[in-house]
Write a protein that binds this ligand. Structure first.
Ligand SMILES: *Cc1c(COP(=O)(O)O)cnc(C)c1O
Length: 392
C-alpha cells in the first residue's frame, strides 16, 4: 500500500534546501571538495563536567529510577537549576508553575502550538525565521502571518506594521533574539514594547531564547521575563543546545506565563515521556556551571566570527560583527540581483562552498545568505579564501 500524506503534511512549505542538497551531491560526484558552512550544529564537544554528570547518574546504583520514564520520575535538580539560572542570570524569580522542562526547543515549539491554537487561528512568525514556528501553526490547522524582519529596522519586529485584523485574530507572536538567521539582538526596551503589544491585543508573546548564551564582546542578552509583568503575556523557550554544545541531548525549558506552561505540560503529558533522568541531571549541572562553561565556548566562536567578518569585509562587504549567535548573515553580492539561490548555487559550483540561502528562512530572507560558525578555523579560512574570489 502507498500511504497518502495528510493534508497537514501537504501544507508544509517546500523544503528549500532539498535542491541545494542535490547540487551538493552532484558536485561531490564530480570530484569537487565541497566545504559546507550550512548547518548550525555545534562542532565542539559537550563540556566534560556535563558528560561526567551524565555518566555518574546513569551508573548510579542508588537511583532505582535511572532507566525509567523521565516524565514520571523527573529530577528535582533540573527545574531547580532552571530557577537558579534565571535568578542569577536575569534576576527573574520563577515559581514552580512557571517552569516546564522540555526535550529541547524544536519539539516544544511544535507541541506548544497544539496546546493553544484552534483551526483558523492566526499565529504571527518572523520572516526570515526558524521554520518550526509556522510548522507548528500548520500542524494545529492554524494560519501563519509572516511579519518581516527588515535590515532598516535592525531585523526587529515592527509591531506597528502588523495589520489590525491580524492583531484581532492572532493568538501568538513568536520572537527570537538573539536571532537566527539575522544575528540581530534586542534590548529590554524592545521586549517592553513586545509585552505592551501582547497585552493590548491579547496575544501571547512566545520568545525563543535559543542563543541567549552565545554572546560576545561583553554583550548580555536580556530575557523577556525581565520586563515587569511579562509573565502575564509572555513565555520564553530556553534551550541548552547551542550555548552548551548539547544539541543531541534534547534539554531545555519553557518558562513564564503559568497558563501557557500548563497547556504545554498537557500536550507533553499526552505526546512524550520526558527525557532520561541522567540527561536531566547533566542539564542541571550545565546550567549550574554556566558562568564557567559558556565563556570558553564563546571565545572560540568570537575568534571564528572575526575571521569570517574580516575576510568578507576585506573583499567588499561592510558587515558589523554580530554580538551574538553562531552565524554571520550577509547580503549576496550585487551582481546576483538579490537572488540568494543563484549566489549559493554559483558559490557551490565555482568554489565548492555551501552557505545557506536566505530564502530558505522565508521570503523576507531573500537577498541574504547565512554562514554557520560551527566549523574549525582551518575550514572557515579555506572557505573564505575560495569565496572572496567569487565576489564581484
Ligand atoms: C537551534 C534552534 C532551536 C532548537 O534548538 P533545540 O535543539 O531543539 O533546543 C530553536 N530555535 C532556534 C531559533 C534555533 O536556531
Amino acid at each position: 500500500m502507498e500511504v497518502q500524506l495528510s493534508e497537514r503534511l501537504k501544507k508544509l512549505p517546500p523544503y528549500l534546501f532539498a535542491d541545494l542538497r542535490r547540487k551538493i551531491a552532484a558536485a561531490r560526484e564530480r570530484g569537487v571538495k565541497v566545504i559546507s558552512l550550512g548547518i548550525g550544529d555545534p562542532d565542539m564537544p559537550t563540556p566534560d563536567a556535563v558528560v561526567d554528570e551524565l555518566t555518574r547518574a546513569i551508573n548510579d546504583p542508588a537511583d532505582p529510577n535511572r532507566h525509567r520514564y523521565g516524565c514520571d520520575v523527573p529530577t528535582v535538580e533540573f527545574p531547580q537549576a532552571v530557577k537558579a539560572f534565571y535568578k542569577r542570570r536575569w534576576n527573574v524569580n520563577l515559581t514552580d508553575d512557571q517552569i516546564v522542562t522540555t526535550n529541547g526547543s524544536k519539539d516544544a515549539i511544535a507541541q506548544f502550538a497544539m496546546g493553544i491554537l484552534n483551526p483558523g487561528d492566526i499565529g504571527i512568525a518572523p520572516s526570515p525565521g526558524y521554520p518550526t514556528y509556522a510548522i507548528g501553526h500548520t500542524f494545529a490547522s492554524a494560519v501563519t502571518y509572516q511579519t518581516p524582519l527588515l535590515r532598516e529596522n535592525n531585523f526587529l519586529v515592527d509591531f506597528d506594521s502588523i495589520p489590525a485584523e491580524v492583531c484581532r485574530l492572532a493568538k501568538i507572536l513568536w520572537l527570537n533574539y538573539p536571532n537566527n538567521p539575522t544575528t540581530a539582538v534586542a534590548d529590554l526596551d524592545f521586549f517592553k514594547r513586545a509585552v505592551e503589544f501582547g497585552r493590548k491585543h491579547n496575544i501571547l508573546i512566545a520568545h525563543d531564547s535559543a542563543y541567549s548564551e552565545n554572546v560576545y564582546d561583553g554583550y548580555q542578552a536580556p530575557s523577556i521575563l525581565q520586563v515587569p509583568g511579562a509573565d502575564e503575556v509572555a513565555v520564553e523557550f530556553f534551550s541548552l543546545s547551542k550555548g552548551f554544545n548539547m544539541t543531541g541531548w534534547r534539554a531545555g525549558c519553557v518558562v513564564g506565563n503559568a497558563s501557557a506552561v500548563k497547556s504545554l505540560r498537557l500536550v507533553k503529558d499526552n505526546t512524550d515521556n520526558g527525557s532520561l533522568r541522567a540527561i536531566q541531571f547533566a542539564a542541571a549541572r550545565a546550567l549550574n556551571l554556566s558562568d564557567e562553561l559558556t565563556p570558553k565556548v564563546n571565545e572560540v566562536y568570537r575568534r571564528r566570527r572575526d575571521l569570517v567578518i574580516d575576510a568578507l569585509n576585506a573583499h567588499g562587504w561592510s558587515l558589523e560583527k554580530p554580538r551574538a549567535t553562531i552565524y554571520v548573515w550577509a547580503p549576496v553580492p550585487k551582481r546576483y540581483n538579490g537572488s540568494s539561490a543563484e549566489f549559493c548555487t554559483e558559490l557551490l559550483e565555482k568554489a565548492g562552498v555551501v552557505v545557506t540561502p536566505g530564502l530558505g528562512y522565508g521570503q523576507w530572507g531573500e537577498g541574504f545568505f547565512r554562514i554557520s560558525l560551527t566549523y574549525s578555523d582551518d575550514i572557515l579560512t579555506e572557505a573564505m579564501n575560495r569565496m572572496v574570489k567569487l565576489k564581484g
